[in-house]
Design a protein around this ligand. Structure first.
Ligand SMILES: [Zn+2]
Length: 299
């Protein structure tokens, strides 16, 4: 068996952690194999070809529409594809990826090149999945947890007998939660993390950061991850005053979210601006700020 395919438990021998290329670091991601169901296809095309030699994959569940989780779809043409109804339209029309990141292809040629390298194409979704639906796979029960925030249709999963979970991009990385797409929501993201905290997962597979083991460790890691959102709340509020209205354009390039900008600066600054706006939406609902002219002041 190739070493990127890892059995998770002697007792539950049909559940595997499939580690993506570069340990699941972007532009790859980690997967979970449960019976003949594969969750996400971002492990790399080479890994998918090897996986197919070991296992029959009849169904693919996509946690969300992001390119690093769906890039291998084209290699699994005979499988049935499932995802949440909110993300279906983007998986079926990948030209929407740019506008959903608030970008135009000409803004970021490197991203165009990456997608072309992946040979991304549209995937027909055979069936949509909903919150708390149970997918029965042999004697296993895979429960869908709709966890919007990262994208509108983002889902996590837990196999109920083993309590092995798949976190997708509630990924517990040090970067913290990402909600820089136009279909993202910081309010939903917080609620989604709280849904996961209640699940008592024994093992959790992160989309980009390997395995987490033990109920306590997983809860603590989720809690620490959520606290990033509160750090951003404070950082953004520290710039606001009762007098001078500020908007997201005034706050970009201040490294509020990205500590430093990399080669994909255009992407990062666009995401940062969207994320700051998501915090403004939250502050407005909580009556922490109010609209004044073209910006916001403290209430
Ligand atoms: Zn994602």
């Amino acid at each position: 068996m190739p070493e990127f395919i890892k059995a998770l438990s002697d007792e539950f021998e049909n559940i595997y952690y499939i580690e993506g290329e570069r340990k699941g670091g972007y532009p790859y991601s980690n997967s979970m194999l449960i019976g003949d169901y594969l969750i996400d296809t971002g492990i790399s095309s080479g890994h998918i070809r090897k996986l197919k030699r070991q296992f029959e994959i009849t169904s693919v569940i996509l946690s969300h529409w992001h390119e690093d989780h769906i890039a291998g779809n084209r290699l699994l043409k005979n499988a049935k594809f499932l995802c949440h109804s909110e993300d279906k339209h983007i998986v079926e029309d990948v030209d929407k990826i740019f506008p959903y990141y608030g970008l135009k292809p000409e803004d970021l040629p490197d991203f165009v090149e990456l997608l072309e390298g992946f040979r991304m194409n549209n995937t027909k979704i055979d069936r949509t999945i909903e919150h708390e639906e149970i997918i029965e796979i042999n004697d296993m029960r895979l429960k869908v947890i709709h966890t919007p925030g990262h994208t509108a249709g983002h889902c996590c999963f837990i196999e109920e007998n083993s309590r092995i979970g798949f976190l997708a991009d509630i990924d517990l990385t040090n970067f913290g939660p990402f909600y820089g797409g136009i279909d993202s929501s910081v309010i939903d993201f917080e609620e989604s993390i709280e849904k996961l905290e209640k699940l008592n997962m024994e093992i959790a597979i992160s989309g980009h950061k390997g395995l987490f083991q033990g109920v306590k460790l997983i809860k603590e890691s989720l809690n620490r991850y959520k606290s990033k959102i509160y750090e951003y709340d404070e950082r953004i509020l520290s710039y606001l005053s009762e007098k001078n209205p500020l908007n997201s354009n005034d706050l970009i390039k201040k490294n509020i979210i990205y500590k430093k900008y990399g080669p994909w600066k255009v992407f990062e600054i666009t995401a940062e601006k969207i994320m700051i706006e998501k915090h403004f939406e939250k502050f407005l609902i909580n009556k922490v700020i109010e609209k004044r002219d073209n910006g916001y002041i403290l209430s």
